[in-house]
Design a protein around this ligand. Sequence first.
Ligand code: AMP
Ligand code: MG
Length: 344
Amino acid sequence: MRAWIARMTEDNIDQSAIEKAGEILKNGGLAAFPTETVYGLGGNALDAKASEKIYAAKGRPSDNPLIVHIADFDQIYDLCPAVPPQAKLLADAFWPGPLTMIVPKGDCIPDEVSCGLDTVGIRLPSHPMARALIRESGVPLAAPSANTSGRPSTTTAAHVMHDMDGKIAAVLDGGACGVGVESTVITLALERPRLLRPGGITLEQLRSVLGEVDVDRALYEKIGDDVKVSAPGMKYRHYAPKAPVTVVRGNPQDTAKYIAEHIGNSTGVLCFDEYREMFPTCVVECFGSQDDLGAQAREVFDRLRAFDDTSVTQIWAQCPSDEGLGLAVANRIKKAAGFSVIEV
Ligand code: AMP
Ligand code: MG
C-alpha cells in the first residue's frame, strides 16, 4: 500500500494530520516524521511488534538498537530506572535538540528495541512536528533514520518515499531537515562519558558541560565484524551510494588538486562549492562552501544520494577537518567510503 503523506510546515502544523498519524502509531503501525536532524521512522517504543516492523521496513540488522524519542524530559524517568546525574546536565544544555544519551534501561523497553542490551538511547528532539506527534501518540517513539539500512539517511520526505513507500503507513512532510546529520550519541553507562557517534551537538559542546569525554575508536576506523562495539550501528557500512567512495583529506586546495589529477571516465566528485569548476568531465555534486559546516551537514546525504541517479562507477570526495560539526560530517563521508581514506 502507498504511504499516506501530509505536508505542513513547522510554523503551521496540521493538527488533524498529527492526530491521524498518532492513531496509526497507537495501533502499532509506522509513520515517518521530520526531526531537526533527519527523518525518523517511528513506531511505539513499548510495543515489540512495532519495533519488528521497523527492522523489517529498513532491512536493519537485528543487533542494531533503536533510539527512543520523548517529548518532555520527565518521560526519561519512565524509561530509565537510575538517571545518571550527567543526563540532567546535558539535558539542561542541549535538550530539546540533536543529542541521544545512552542510559540504563527500564523493564518497559522491549529487548527488540535495545537488542538485548541493558541500556537504551533516549532523545528529546526539538522539531515541533516530532514533539507534537510523540505527544499525540501517547507513547515514546522508537525512531531510527527513515532510510533503507546502509543507504544515506533521509533529510527530505522525497528521500523517505524513495526508500519506504509501500512499507510504512504514513509520512509527515515538514520540508528539509535543519541540521541534516543524525544526533550525537553519548553513552553515560560506562565509567566515563564516551562519544559513540558525532552529530548535531559537537564534542567541544559536550566537553564544555561534562569536562572529559572519551571518543570511541569506531569514529575513526573500520571495525571488524567479530569485534564487540559500544554502539552496534557503528560497525556497519553506512550512508553509502551504489558506487564506491574514496575520501581525500587535507587542505581543500590540495585535495581538489589530487582528485583532479586522478579522475577517470565515469567518475563522480563530491566537493566543496569552491572547486566545482575543477572537474569539468565529471558528475559533480557540491555540498556547501568549505567554510560552511552547517551547509555541509544539511547537504551531505542529499548529495550522496544524487549519485545513484547517475552512471558513475567511482566517487572521489572532499571532506572537512574534525573540528566542531566537521567531526560529524567527516564521519558520515568516511563511513560512506567504508573508511577508504587518502591523506594528502
Ligand atoms: P539510527 O537509529 O540510525 O539513528 O542509529 C542509532 C545509533 O545509536 C546506532 O549507531 C546504534 O548502534 C546506536 N545506539 C542505539 N541504542 C544504543 C545503545 N543502547 N547502546 C549503544 N548504542 C546505541
Ligand atoms: Mg541511521
